[in-house]
Design a protein around this ligand. Structure first.
Ligand SMILES: [Zn+2]
Length: 218
């Protein structure tokens, strides 16, 4: 069973802004820091600065921004609750041989979508369309389900490959459920090889083990 609690939490957004302004962060062909600046251009000047300088600037700019969009945040929260209830998570859990239970979704002013699988929480951008919202919710739930397997074969991978594998598997599962997002641009060249493995595996868990083995050679 998957039960999602949608929450608005400015402190969480402050942490997100702190993290993605440490330096200009681009991964898999996606500009995460750019997505922070897009929402709050005043933060452009703090990229790469000290933690205290960044915290001061963020704590000054973010509450003001929140005040100006609070109605939008609240209506997005309601909209996302409705959208996410349309997805049949049972089938996803059955396929991925894992269960999620209760998780929290932070309706965020930033379009970065960090996910914290251990804490079963993720962010969702308040301006996301209904279609994007559904896809984001499912994408992040897949990350959480994936993480619950805690396979030694995956844990052995270096950090970069671990992340890449989780995103590739995520996109392939999305595709299987008719919710493809296209995946990260830099990962697309690997899709066919992993799709083949997925098709040939007896179940999701054995696919994961084989995928982890393949990822070591990438
Ligand atoms: Zn992801």
């Amino acid at each position: 069973m998957v039960s999602i609690r949608f929450i608005i939490d400015m402190d969480e957004d402050i942490r997100t802004a702190m993290y993605f302004t440490r330096s200009r962060m681009i991964a898999g062909g996606v500009n995460f820091t750019g997505n922070i600046i897009k929402e709050l251009p005043v933060l452009r000047s703090i990229i790469g600065k000290s933690a205290s300088a960044r915290k001061n600037a963020i704590k000054k700019a973010l509450p003001e921004h929140y005040r100006s969009i609070i109605d939008g945040l609240k209506s997005s929260k309601k909209r996302f609750e409705k959208v996410s209830s349309s997805f049949d998570s049972i089938k996803l859990e059955r396929y991925m041989q894992s269960e999620v239970g209760v998780c929290r979704a932070y309706v965020s002013v930033f379009d970065c979508n960090p996910v914290y699988p251990d804490k079963k929480k993720f962010q969702i951008y308040y301006k996301a369309s209904n279609e994007k919202a559904l896809k984001t919710v499912v994408h992040e739930i897949i990350h959480i389900l994936y993480n619950r397997h805690r396979l030694a074969s995956i844990n052995r991978l270096p950090k970069g490959k671990k992340w890449m594998l989780s995103e590739i598997v995520d996109e392939l599962v999305m595709e299987k459920f008719g919710l493809s997002q296209g995946g990260y641009p830099e990962h697309r060249k690997h899709f066919n090889a992993f799709k083949k493995l997925m098709k040939e595996s007896a179940d999701f868990k054995s696919f994961l083990n084989q995928a982890a083995e393949s990822a070591t050679g990438l």
